[in-house]
Ligand binder design. Structure first.
Ligand code: SF4
Ligand code: SF4
Length: 379
C-alpha cells in the first residue's frame, strides 16, 4: 500500500481510504448494515495496509458511526486513522455543534478524531459555519487533542472553494474528483488550486458513487477493448491516483470483490499513458451524451417529505439508459410503489441538499414520463 508524505501531516493515511457510507447491507434499508461482512471487510482492509476510515454523522441513516464504534474500534487504535464530519447543515448553534461532536465521539467509541471535517460545505453552509464560529471552535479542539487534522469537504463551484480555502488555514480539503467531474464540475480547477497552495487533497467519489463502474455500454466497450481484464472502477481509481497532491482516495466499498479490486489497482502499476488519457476523454464524452441523471446515490436528499425514493428512481432510470431494457425498467419502477416520482409535489426541499446540484424535481419527470409513455409489460 502506498502512503504519501505531506508536510505537517504526521499520521500518514494510506492512498486508498475506506469510505464507510456504502457498507454491505442485510436489506434495502440503509440503516441495516451487515455487521458480519462489514467486519470481514474492515479486517481485510487493515491487513492490506488501508489505515484511513471515513465516516460521517448521517451515513447509513446515522448508523455508520455506530458501526465504527462496534467494529473498527475492536482493532488497536494505532492501526487506523478515523475521519468524521460535522453535519453543518443540521447544526443550529455552536452549543449544538459541541453536542453533536460529543455524541460522535461516543458513537464511534473513541476519544479523538484523526481527521475532522466540516461536512459538505457550499456557499450557504460556509456562511452558517462562520456565523456560529465553528472554525475557531474546532481549532481549540485541535489544540486540546480532540482533533488531529482539520479540513472540510466541499460541494460547490471552484471560485467558492478558492475563497473559503484562503479564508482559514486547513490541513487538507476533500473534493469530489474523478475523470467525469474533472470537466463536468470543473474539478480540475479546484484540484489545481489546492495543489498550487500545497494543501493535501482527499478525493471523494472517485468512482462517482459507482456510476463509473457501470458505464453506458458504448463506453464500457471502449475500456474492454483496451484491457479486457481491467474493471471499469480500476480506470477511475487510476485516474485520481495518478494525480500528485492527492493524499487519500476514498472509496465506499460494499463487498469484498470491490475491496480486493481497489486494493489490486492501488498496489499495482496505476500510471496512465497518453493513450489512456485519450481513451478516458472519449469515455467521458460518451457518458455525457448518454442521458443519465448524474446522481451518485448518496441519499443526502432523503427523506423526501412526500415519500419519493429519489436515489432509487434515478438509479432505475439510469439502468434503463444503460441497458435499453424497458421491461426491467417497468418492473423496477413499479416496485417503487408509493415511492414513485409521481408523489413529487415539486416542493424542491430536496434540491438544496443535493451535492451534485441536480434539479431533482425536474429530473424526476424523466423516469415518470418514460413509465407513463412506455408500453413494455411491468410483470
Ligand atoms: S421536490 Fe419532489 S422529490 Fe424533492 S422533496 Fe419535494 S416532493 Fe420530494
Ligand atoms: S439526487 Fe443528489 S442528493 Fe439525492 S441521491 Fe442523487 S446525488 Fe445524492
Amino acid at each position: 500500500m502506498e502512503y504519501r508524505q505531506f508536510p505537517g501531516i504526521d499520521y500518514t493515511p494510506s492512498l486508498l481510504g475506506f469510505g464507510l457510507m456504502r457498507l454491505p447491507l442485510n436489506s434495502d434499508d440503509t440503516a441495516d448494515i451487515n455487521y458480519e461482512l462489514g467486519y470481514e471487510m474492515i479486517k481485510y482492509a487493515l491487513d492490506s495496509g488501508i489505515n484511513y476510515f471515513d465516516t460521517a454523522y448521517m451515513y447509513h441513516s446515522d448508523q455508520s458511526e455506530i458501526f465504527v464504534g462496534k467494529v473498527l474500534t475492536t482493532f488497536p487504535r494505532s492501526d487506523y486513522l478515523l475521519a468524521d464530519k460535522l453535519p453543518v447543515y443540521r447544526v443550529e448553534s455552536l452549543d449544538h455543534a459541541k453536542e453533536i461532536f460529543a455524541e460522535q465521539l461516543k458513537k464511534c467509541n473513541v476519544d479523538y478524531f484523526d481527521y475532522y471535517l466540516l461536512h459538505s460545505l457550499d456557499r450557504f453552509t460556509m456562511e452558517k459555519a462562520d456565523k456560529f464560529g465553528l472554525y475557531d471552535w474546532l481549532c481549540e479542539y485541535k489544540e486540546q487533542g480532540l482533533i488531529r487534522q482539520l479540513g472540510y469537504s466541499f460541494h460547490d463551484t471552484p471560485d467558492i472553494l478558492e475563497r473559503y480555502t484562503a479564508k482559514h488555514e486547513w490541513d487538507f480539503v476533500q473534493i469530489q474528483l474523478n475523470y467525469l467531474d474533472w470537466e463536468l464540475q470543473n474539478a480540475k480547477r479546484s484540484y489545481q488550486y489546492l495543489l498550487d497552495h500545497g494543501i493535501p487533497v482527499i478525493v471523494m467519489e472517485p468512482i462517482r458513487g459507482g456510476a463509473l463502474a457501470k458505464l453506458p455500454e458504448s463506453a464500457s466497450k471502449k475500456l474492454l477493448q483496451r484491457d479486457k481484464m481491467a474493471s471499469e472502477a480500476s480506470w477511475a481509481l487510476r485516474y485520481v491516483a495518478s494525480l500528485p497532491g492527492v493524499m487519500t482516495i476514498l472509496s465506499g466499498m460494499s463487498d469484498m470483490a470491490q475491496l480486493k479490486d481497489n486494493i489490486k489497482t492501488i498496489t499495482g502499476d496505476y500510471g496512465l499513458s497518453r493513450q489512456d488519457y485519450e481513451l478516458l476523454d472519449q469515455v467521458r464524452q460518451l457518458y455525457m451524451e448518454s442521458g443519465r441523471v448524474p446522481c451518485t446515490v448518496c441519499h443526502y436528499c432523503m427523506p423526501c417529505p412526500f415519500g419519493v425514493n429519489i436515489p432509487e428512481s434515478f438509479a432505475v432510470y439510469n439502468r434503463y439508459v444503460d441497458t435499453d431494457d424497458a421491461k426491467r425498467f417497468c418492473q423496477e419502477y413499479n416496485a417503487l410503489g408509493e415511492q414513485q416520482p409521481k408523489a413529487c409535489t415539486q416542493c424542491k426541499e430536496c434540491e438544496e441538499k443535493c451535492p451534485q446540484k441536480i434539479e431533482i424535481s425536474a429530473e424526476l419527470k424523466k423516469p415518470r414520463q418514460f413509465f407513463e409513455f412506455t408500453t413494455a409489460p411491468c410483470d
